[in-house]
Design a protein around this ligand. Structure first.
Ligand code: ATP
Ligand code: PH2
Length: 225
């Protein structure tokens, strides 16, 4: 997705959470300084494939057992569940919120790691990114892309994973480990998951696909943009 298409939605997210665009831009610029251009041919493993976009909800382990996807994109701590179940991760998406060792281990194994910088994680970007090998790191932003820092659309790690897989040509997306109405998440996470649902609703319309994970929710989520 082009940033011009995403920008009005980004502005609504900023307004809803009270996030500051200039802080996102500063974080993006720090990430640009700490990284080198990512060779996007590394994402071609997703092209034409049925890609599982793994979320960190409580059903992930069981959903993985039942999944017939060709490829796995793991969002944040979902990658730890994949690792524990010996499910290989093809692409890892993170804002470095969880275990920083996961990003290091996956990048060391050559797995593409999409590292996201935003206004509230710049210190983690500064401490973790210099430890990662250059080639597998795909730097991302939710603000306007600059230099080699990319924005494929999306907000939370999970829905950004879906927008990235879409960009990489995935033929079908499924969503193991996604629970939008999760009683165990706090109010902030709940709000973020609402946005994730809206963003996935937008993406399924753009792709002319129906994501089963949204069944029963569509009447309830405000359409974007
Ligand atoms: N019930 C759920 N609880 C947590 N994450 C979920 C759930 N359902 C889906 N997800 C997706 O899984 C992703 C990874 O979740 P995790 O809790 O590891 O992330 P996080 O680092 O806090 O993510 P984010 O910062 O993007 O909110 C989330 O970004 C979200 O898109
Ligand atoms: N500024 C800012 N941006 C974000 C944040 C956040 O907490 N602050 N959280 C995200 C996903 O959890 C994605 N983007």
């Amino acid at each position: 997705m082009e940033f011009e298409t995403f920008e009005p939605v980004y502005e609504s997210i900023l307004a809803d959470f009270g996030f500051d665009r200039a802080s996102d831009e500063r974080a993006r610029d720090v990430l640009a300084e700490l990284t080198t251009p990512f060779n996007e041919s590394r994402l071609s493993v997703l092209d034409g494939e049925h890609v599982a976009i793994c979320g960190a909800g409580p059903t992930l382990a069981a959903d993985l057992d039942a999944s017939d996807a060709d490829r796995v994109v793991a969002a944040s701590s979902a990658a730890a569940v994949c690792r524990d179940r010996d499910v290989p991760v093809d692409v890892y998406i993170t804002d470095l919120d969880g275990e920083p060792e996961l990003a290091g281990d996956l990048a060391a194994a050559g797995t593409p790691v999409a590292v996201h910088a935003h206004g509230d994680n710049v210190e983690r970007v500064r401490s973790v990114v210099p430890q990662l090998p250059d080639g597998p790191v795909l730097p991302t932003t939710q603000a306007a892309p600059v230099a080699h820092v990319r924005n494929f659309g999306g907000f939370t790690d999970g829905d950004r994973a879906a927008f990235l897989a879409d960009h990489a040509g995935a033929a079908r997306l499924s969503f193991p480990g996604w629970t939008f109405e999760d009683p165990d998440v706090g109010p902030m996470k709940r709000r973020k998951l609402r946005w994730a649902a809206r963003l996935l609703g937008w993406l399924e319309r753009l792709r002319d696909e129906r994501f089963v994970v949204l069944d029963g929710l569509r009447d309830d989520i405000e359409p974007l943009p």
